[in-house]
Ligand binder design. Structure first.
Ligand code: URP
Ligand code: ZN
Ligand code: ZN
Ligand code: ZN
Length: 478
């Protein structure tokens, strides 16, 4: 059969290999890789540029209802549009259970929210915030079998957090079913105690957000998460790891042979606590733009994160896109322009900038092998959440989710050029030497040269298989 599309002269890079080939595509899938393929109905000449599997962003928040009156800036259209323009072809946002409600309600609600808005493919993680016997015994096992095979649990945030006993119960279900548990590891009581003291001392500016969540708080919870998972004998993924202390706990666990995986994010490489501003001022403070949890640390900790990416301590690199507008009463200043740091919604946007930042500073900056870049941003993520090999590779039979990269360029990141619905990027003014030139989702061009060319409704919901690292295996065969 004639190819629908042939991408000529691609320098293909996977997590394992680099090879020069033409890529033949039929019905949205890669069907041929080779020299001088026959003509396609359409052709794109990559002219020897790098062609990588599309990014899989395994951690982002889209259209997630908040309890404080704030509203997320991105829905399933603006979020996936922005992702596509940044070289990401699959996103995995969350379907968040609210306490007192069922998991099924959450799943139905988020499918309604997604509607036919998405322009790239998506799956869902669950957030389990109310593990009742019904949830543990009926709903969760049923949903895992329907393709919701990963879920996040929180050790902090009053409306989401679980106690240790509840965490053990959720981990047990994951073990029985072969699901992956993502852990938000920060000690809730320590944060509450520190916050109370800071506020009592009049220390309310955004800068004190970092002081209220020091690394110790993350270290303790990371250690406890690892211990709880060891007790249950189940793999876990520690998400959004920020620096040295949590990394030390993870490396210790990995050295024991425990199946402890870790994720980090651009904010821990490209921002520091100094981006939260100085300590004397609250009114409409730009430091609110960079409030996220855990907070960004300092330059020495950025280096620890780079080292962890190089050494394999981290399995995945995600955006943790949690978008709130700055100059908007439903955004960062939902509690007023003079709100204390603990009233400011947590989270920063990053879907569109994730890949360019890491490719530029990592691969072109000589800090990261290009195959490791593909693994961290695509292949490992697809494996972690049961989407491999359909997603995350350039291989016969895989979806034609591909990115043709421009490298050796000089580009300054400007929010005006981005495609999300957020009124700022925390990376404004940072320069990159690479950017995705053309993004294809199942063989369709969804972004090209900074222009969004996708269509809402093109993106499909992906039920996930069991995560590769969580599949039962015989002990001692590691
Ligand atoms: O500050 C953050 N990271 N907000 C998003 C929610 C989460 O905990 O990942
Ligand atoms: Zn989190
Ligand atoms: Zn103001
Ligand atoms: Zn998150």
């Amino acid at each position: 059969a004639t190819f629908d599309l042939v991408i000529r002269h691609a320098r293909c890079v996977t997590a394992a290999d680099t090879f020069d080939a033409d890529i033949g595509i039929i019905d949205g899938r890669i069907v041929a890789l080779g020299a001088q393929l026959a003509a396609g109905r359409e052709e794109i000449d990559a002219e020897g540029r790098y062609v990588l599997p599309g990014g899989v962003d395994g951690h982002c928040h889209l259209d997630q209802p908040m309890n404080d009156g704030s509203v997320m800036a991105d829905d399933f259209l603006s979020g996936t549009r922005s992702a596509a323009c940044g070289g990401t072809t699959t996103v995995i946002p969350f379907a968040c259970q609210m306490k007192g409600h069922s998991l099924r309600e959450a799943v139905d609600d988020y499918h309604r929210r997604a509607g036919d808005k998405a322009c790239i493919d998506y799956a869902f993680h669950l957030i389990v915030s109310d593990p009742t016997p019904e949830v543990l015994n009926e709903e969760l096992p049923a949903l895992i079998r329907e393709g919701y095979t990963s879920f996040k649990i929180y050790m902090t945030y009053d409306d989401l957090k679980l106690g240790d006993r509840e965490i053990l119960d959720v981990l047990s279900v994951a073990r029985a079913e072969g699901a992956m548990v993502m852990m938000h590891a920060e000690n809730s009581d320590c944060i509450a105690w520190l916050t109370e003291r800071l506020l009592a001392a009049g220390k309310t500016a955004p800068a004190y957000h970092a002081a209220s969540r020091p690394m110790l708080v993350e270290r303790e919870a990371t250690h406890r998460a690892i211990a709880l998972a060891e007790l249950v004998d189940v793999p876990i993924l520690i998400v959004h790891v920020s620096g040295r202390e949590a990394v030390a706990q993870i490396q210790w666990a990995q050295a024991q042979g425990l199946q402890v995986y870790a994720e980090t994010c651009p904010q821990y490489l490209f921002l520091t606590a100094a981006d939260l501003g100085l300590d004397e001022h609250t009114h409409h403070h730009p430091g609110a733009k960079c409030i996220c949890s855990p907070p960004p640390r300092d330059a020495a900790n950025q280096q620890v994160i780079w080292d962890g990416l190089q050494s394999g301590s981290f399995a995945v690199f995600s955006s943790d896109h949690a978008p709130f507008r700055f100059d908007d009463p439903q955004g960062k200043f939902v509690a007023g322009e003079d709100a204390a740091f603990n009233q400011i919604p947590n989270g920063i946007p990053g879907l569109e900038t994730r890949l360019a930042l890491l490719f530029s500073a990592g691969v072109l900056g000589g800090r990261l092998d290009i195959h490791d870049f593909v693994a961290l941003t695509s292949t490992n993520v697809a494996k972690m959440y049961g989407l491999y090999p359909r997603k995350g590779s350039i291989a016969i039979g895989a979806d034609a989710d591909l990115v043709i990269w421009d490298t050796g360029i000089a580009r300054t990141i400007r929010n005006a050029d981005l495609h999300h619905d957020v009124d700022y990027t925390p990376y404004e003014g940072q320069t990159v030497s690479a950017w995705p030139r053309t993004t294809l989702s199942r063989g369709k061009v969804v972004a090209d040269s900074g222009q969004f060319l996708g269509k809402s409704g093109h993106g499909q919901f992906l039920p996930c298989n069991l995560p590769t690292p969580a599949r039962p295996r015989v002990r001692g065969t590691r």
